[in-house]
Design a protein around this ligand. Structure first.
Ligand code: BGC
Ligand code: CA
Length: 291
């Protein structure tokens, strides 16, 4: 494994939602609080970004038309990555005005899983949703504090669901054909450690790479929940990670400046940048959203 480097220098308030678009050969990520969609083309080093008129929290490439599927503070829709224009398709929570979306990822069958949370980061009004290819949206879990991770195992039968507020990741059994949810079991927790499990990526061996907010680290967990490896980060608030590059051998890590002031900010000049390292394993290849 080589060292952690800065892939793109940015001052994201809440960098989040990294995702590899294999067709565009781009790594997309968002700044939720900065209301921006950003991208990197690793082959050329080209970078770009567009402003969005609301908090965009997760995106993914899609099959059913142009643009990216996007979870936002108002619902789910399609975003044009060249202009930032957003066209809403549905709002799963018209009755929860304080909520916004948070993390989102595509499973092996091309379904888009996304979660919501109270933007004030209090209470447990968040939920988990499954967006199917026909854009039917189904509430799968409720009562989440800060929903995160939402990545699936290589056999497509487990969805890892983090509640950062509860300091825990659960494994949720899902039917690989229908997406129906089954048993929910605790996977790992970081309670009492001063760090919260945030976003994750899964590698081809089925291990889960989890960014730990407040913990300045990425942890690689075995499928049985044991710690396999700890990779220190040069920032306190890594928020999520995704494998990218044509060979899926680089792990890209988003980070946040939110809440950092004075000495804490001075100590971590890379807070808000996109980081990367080559962990020596290959990422699990994910399809685009099927809708
Ligand atoms: C949320 C942030 C939150 C962080 C740490 C992120 O996924 O978007 O609002 O502060 O997790 O729990
Ligand atoms: Ca997150």
């Amino acid at each position: 494994m080589d060292e952690v480097v800065c892939a793109v220098r940015r001052e994201n308030l809440l960098g989040e939602g990294p995702v590899w678009d294999a067709r565009a050969r781009r790594l997309y990520w968002v700044d939720i609080k900065g209301r921006r969609l950003q991208w990197l083309e690793p082959a050329s080093g080209a970078t770009g970004g567009v402003d969005v008129d609301r908090q965009v929290t997760a995106v993914a490439p899609r099959l059913g038309g142009p643009g990216l599927v996007a979870a936002t503070e108002t619902g789910v829709g399609v975003i044009d990555p060249e202009t930032g224009a957003y066209a809403q398709r549905l709002d799963p929570e018209p009755d929860r005005p304080f909520n916004r979306a948070n993390d989102g990822n595509v499973d092996l069958a091309g379904r888009f899983w996304f979660g919501t949370m109270d933007d004030r980061e209090t209470g447990a009004a968040g939920a988990l949703y499954r967006l199917d290819a026909d854009w039917t949206c189904t509430r799968i879990l409720d009562g989440l504090g800060i929903s995160n991770t939402l990545v699936c195992s290589p056999d497509g039968r487990t969805l890892y669901v983090a509640d950062s507020m509860a300091g825990q990741i659960d494994s949720l059994a899902i039917d690989p054909i229908t997406g129906a949810a089954g048993e929910r079991r605790p996977f790992i927790n970081t309670r009492g450690q001063g760090r919260a499990p945030d976003g994750s990526a899964v590698d081809a061996e089925g291990y889960v790479w989890n960014a730990q907010w407040g913990g300045a680290r990425i942890v690689r967990y075995a499928p049985d929940g044991s710690i396999d490896r700890i990779v220190p980060m040069p920032v306190d608030q890594p928020t999520s990670c995704a494998f990218g590059g044509d060979d899926l051998r680089a792990l890209y890590v988003t980070t946040a400046r939110k809440g950092l002031t004075g000495e804490a900010l001075a100590r971590q000049p890379l807070a808000g940048s996109l980081l990367s390292f080559r962990p020596g394993v290959t990422g699990l290849a994910l399809p685009p959203f099927a809708g």
